[in-house]
Design a protein around this ligand. Structure first.
Ligand code: A3P
Ligand code: MG
Ligand code: MG
Length: 363
């Protein structure tokens, strides 16, 4: 077993490691039935929502995706292999994973509630990392089973607010092609989280190259053809309006997650919908992703340092490259207050991380 300590995080202070600007190399969509499509059909556009909207409205009609049937890396691998077939070139990088896995790794120096289990395997020089299904499932069970405090909204309701905010902030096409009626009707639309647009980017952290896939909420105005970097993406987030130094600190910690998530895919802008404790949308604010770490340092309580996250992640990826060197499957385990451990759970093969289709294509 190998281990990589998170503490002391001070050893990662200093100039951030080199970063390669994320470049979109492919995309895919899930449609309204959550069926995979190798296109941008689920791309959405931002159009500001009305303030005063009740984010609870429509909770009982929520068309909620059953996330227990985790599809692992399959959609990402399918998109990569189709890209390789199209160009005739293999995509060679050190790591291939979902953006969500890298978010957990990058936030680890500061996110003390960030326990995770991942599985990794080396294949033709690339390390593939997936979330461990069993742990993900257990966490979901725990979260939705939590009893809210008296008078407080449930976890399920709070999660619904995020999707409702998306529904009232997005339109299906560029704004001049969308009717006034569609825009006005957004508050009455049935909320669904089945459809998604996923961007697949090539990026780099320190000496590691990566391909990451992740959901992008919307584009600001329009997506220019052939544009692969500096795309006008928008990430939508909801947060409780901070009204005390305690809640301001809580918000600053939330900004860490917002920043990491958007930074990794090259999303330049985050729209935050501030809500009341009961879910009424009160105010919108816009954050430039790249200015968040500086803002936290200058104006906030400086509870986290973006360069530490970058340096930590780049050192951790180095450690993975030195550890995951042969056949088999490794578990990456992170538990609050302990070093991250990496150990073999299978001596040979790739577990269920790589799909048959992908293996056959590459063999
Ligand atoms: P908020 O982040 O505004 O709460 P994303 O922001 O990544 O696009 O996700 C959209 C919404 O999905 C979130 O909106 C939240 O409502 C819900 N969501 C995402 N991850 C979740 C999780 N781990 N548990 C519960 N809800 C989650
Ligand atoms: Mg999203
Ligand atoms: Mg969002």
């Amino acid at each position: 077993m190998s281990s990589f300590p998170i503490e002391p995080v001070d050893r990662f202070v200093g100039q951030g490691s080199a970063i390669r600007k994320p470049e979109e190399i492919a995309c895919f969509s899930y449609d309204e039935e959550h069926k995979f499509r190798l296109d941008d059909s689920s791309l959405k556009y931002y159009y500001p929502p009305k303030l005063g909207a009740n984010l609870c409205a429509g909770f009982n009609e929520f068309k909620k995706l059953d996330t227990t049937a985790d599809d692992g890396l399959n959609s990402l691998l399918k998109t990569i292999l189709e890209k390789e077939k199209e160009t005739g070139e293999l995509l060679e990088v050190d790591f291939i994973t979902w953006r969500g896995m890298m978010t957990k790794i990058m936030a680890a120096p500061y996110d003390r509630f960030n326990d995770f289990d991942m599985n990794a395997t080396l294949f033709q020089g690339t390390i593939y990392i997936e979330e461990d299904h069993a742990t993900k499932w257990a966490l979901q069970q725990k979260q939705s089973g939590q009893q809210p405090r008296r008078g407080q909204p449930s976890q399920d309701m709070m999660s619904f607010w995020g999707y409702k905010f998306e529904t009232i902030s997005l339109i299906p096409d560029v704004w001049d092609k969308v009717s006034r009626e569609t825009i006005e009707n957004r508050e009455h639309e049935i909320v669904s989280n089945h459809a998604q647009y996923c961007s697949v980017v090539r990026t780099g952290l320190g000496s590691s190259s990566l391909i990451l896939g992740g959901e992008v909420d919307a584009v600001w105005d329009r997506k220019l053809a052939n544009r692969t970097t500096d795309i006008n993406w928008v990430e939508l987030k909801t947060a409780e309006e901070p009204n005390s130094s305690f809640s301001a600190q809580k918000f600053e910690r939330k900004l860490l997650k917002f920043w990491v998530q958007s930074f990794l895919l090259g999303v330049p802008r985050i729209i935050v919908g501030f809500r009341s404790p009961q879910g009424i949308l009160q105010r919108l604010d816009e954050y430039k992703t790249n200015s968040i770490p500086g803002k936290v340092k200058r104006e906030g309580q400086y509870s986290w340092d973006g360069n530490v996250c970058i340096n930590f992640a780049s050192a951790f990826l180095e450690f993975l490259k030195a550890t995951i060197t042969g056949d088999g499957v490794w578990r990456i385990h992170c538990e609050r207050g302990h070093p991250i451990t990496v150990y073999k759970i299978s001596e040979a093969g790739h577990g269920s991380i790589l799909s048959e289709e992908f293996l056959q294509w590459r063999q």
